[in-house]
Ligand binder design. Structure first.
Ligand SMILES: [Zn+2]
Length: 169
């Protein structure tokens, strides 16, 4: 199982996967090749294990929505070929893996955890936990508002509205 870990340094609080730790040569034993796995941000060596991830059909649906949104001309949620995605932990927390900033954000917690350039996208992501936990359909009206054109083509609007996780589909 993939383990999500958090750096113990209160100032750092880096959150990520075991695989993403930085490998450095252990200086205590210069004669042998011993490597340490350290925090990629602060080089700290201690981590909390947050917990593992679980499979969820609703998580898959949200990830499908994110995937479809990357077809927009601005390519939101996309960095090179990496698409942002959500994951659900055993403790029922929803994490947003923001590939554009490489951050993993617990979006189940309220607060100012997120800042997209587009308020409409923030409002969208904020709705993910309620859908994943309680099945509350995601309202996408803000993306297609008549007052402000967010640049969705008609075909793309139709595709988004037909997704099972979207309100009114
Ligand atoms: Zn750290």
């Amino acid at each position: 199982m993939v383990e999500l870990i958090e750096c113990c340094s209160k100032k750092c609080k880096w959150t990520g996967l075991q695989d993403e730790l930085k490998k450095i040569r252990d200086q205590e034993f210069p004669e042998v090749e011993v490597f340490d796995r350290v925090c990629p941000k602060c080089l700290g060596k201690e981590f909390y294990a947050l917990n593992g991830f679980v499979e969820s059909e609703k998580v898959d649906q949200v990830n499908k929505l994110i995937q479809v949104l990357t077809k927009h001309r601005d390519k939101p949620f996309l960095r090179n070929k990496d698409v942002a995605h959500v994951r659900l932990t055993e403790k029922n927390q929803v994490y947003f893996f923001d590939e554009t900033t490489r951050r993993k954000i617990c979006i189940s917690r309220k607060g100012r955890w997120f800042a997209f350039s587009s308020g409409a996208l923030s409002k969208l992501v904020e709705q993910f936990p309620a859908y994943i936990k309680n099945g509350k359909a995601i309202n996408v009206d803000a993306l297609f508002s008549k007052e402000r054109d967010h640049g969705f083509t008609e075909a793309l609007q139709k595709e988004i509205k037909s997704l099972p996780c979207v309100l009114g589909s």
